[in-house]
Design a protein around this ligand. Structure first.
Ligand code: ZN
Length: 323
């Protein structure tokens, strides 16, 4: 084995061109997905305090926003809905003219080439803010499955290219696959939030989606941060149930699991750089503590280097502007 002074790794770091020649990780704009929040009303753009630069938008304003994103080259979005009313059974999640369904129809019509993915969950639509149906103080897994499947089918009917269940109920991928196939949507892929942790980094999202649980927390269905083997099991199960893309969430705190999943399963792998990861960089930059642009690039490069093929991030437009 050759050693110093024959080996000098600095030789290839001497100029920008040389560094670029040997760059191992390159980012492609086509791999980024921009999360968007759609709310009722007209002409509404409601900026979110915890997510600088991100807003809830009514369908018409959302169309303008997507126009801008498309012009920047962002080719995929993930829709979250904020309904007019919430109830115990999350009916806003699956009704034909629900908020996401309306947004989908409008966007489908105007942007035929845009990849339209939808978050499939009940928490934005339930009065209690949990991701499933509540019986007493418990989240009823099996009762929630049917509503999640109905939600996914209604999204497919309205024009979704991908449905993305984020609820973490057991068996939801199989249930959704079965319902999609029965409804004539065997061509619609499922991107499952397979390893979704009960993370503190979701903080700002709760304001964005208006989905803070009214009692308890989500630890009975989301995973414990301490468990990596269990994350592999979750991913395996979702793939067995028919998931086409599996996701790890949050991304930054789970780089090791992204790598393990990539090496072990070899399926298309997504990672969600969540609201708190985004907000941390924004807040620190605002206070002059770090360089926002550099920190943004470093964070998404690390996620991609770890093994994520698809990166869901609120930085998508900022990244696109510089690509
Ligand atoms: Zn949820």
């Amino acid at each position: 084995m050759s050693t110093f002074p024959a080996t000098r790794l600095r030789r290839l770091r001497r100029t920008d061109r040389l560094r670029s020649l040997v760059r191992e990780t390159r980012l492609d704009l086509a791999d980024f997905v921009m999360p968007l929040f759609v709310c009722p009303g007209e002409g509404v753009t409601h900026p979110l305090e915890g997510l600088p630069g991100i807003a809830q938008r009514s369908v018409d304003a959302l169309v303008d926003e997507v126009e801008t994103l498309a012009a920047l080259g962002v080719s995929a979005v993930l829709l979250f809905g904020i309904p007019e009313e919430k109830d115990e059974e999350a009916s806003g999640a699956y009704e034909e003219d629900g908020i996401v369904q309306r947004a989908l129809r409008e966007l489908r019509l105007r942007f035929p080439d845009l990849v339209l993915a939808t978050d499939v969950c009940l928490c934005e639509y339930t009065s209690h803010g949990h991701c499933g149906i509540v019986r007493g103080e418990e989240i009823d897994n099996d009762a929630s499955l049917e509503l999640l499947a109905r939600t996914a089918v209604s999204h497919a009917e309205a024009g979704a290219d991908i449905v993305a269940p984020s609820d973490m109920m057991d068996g939801r991928v199989a249930g959704i696959r079965k319902a999609l196939d029965a409804g004539g949507f065997s061509h619609v892929p499922i991107m499952s939030y397979a390893a979704k942790f009960a993370s503190a980094f979701y903080g700002p999202f709760r304001e964005a989606a208006g989905s803070t649980p009214q009692f308890g927390d989500r630890q009975t269905y989301q995973m414990a941060v301490s468990n990596g083997d269990e994350a592999m099991k979750e991913i395996q199960l979702d793939l067995d149930e028919g998931a086409d893309i599996v996701m790890v969430k949050p991304a930054g705190p789970c780089l090791d699991l992204i790598r393990r999943a990539k090496e072990r399963f070899g399926s298309p792998l997504g990672a969600y750089q969540v609201s708190g990861e985004y907000a941390m960089i924004k807040a620190a930059a605002e206070r002059g503590m770090l360089d926002e642009t550099k920190a943004m690039w470093e964070s998404v490069t690390a996620i991609h280097r770890a093994g994520a093929d698809i990166i869901l991030t609120y930085f998508a437009p900022d990244l696109a502007e510089q690509m």
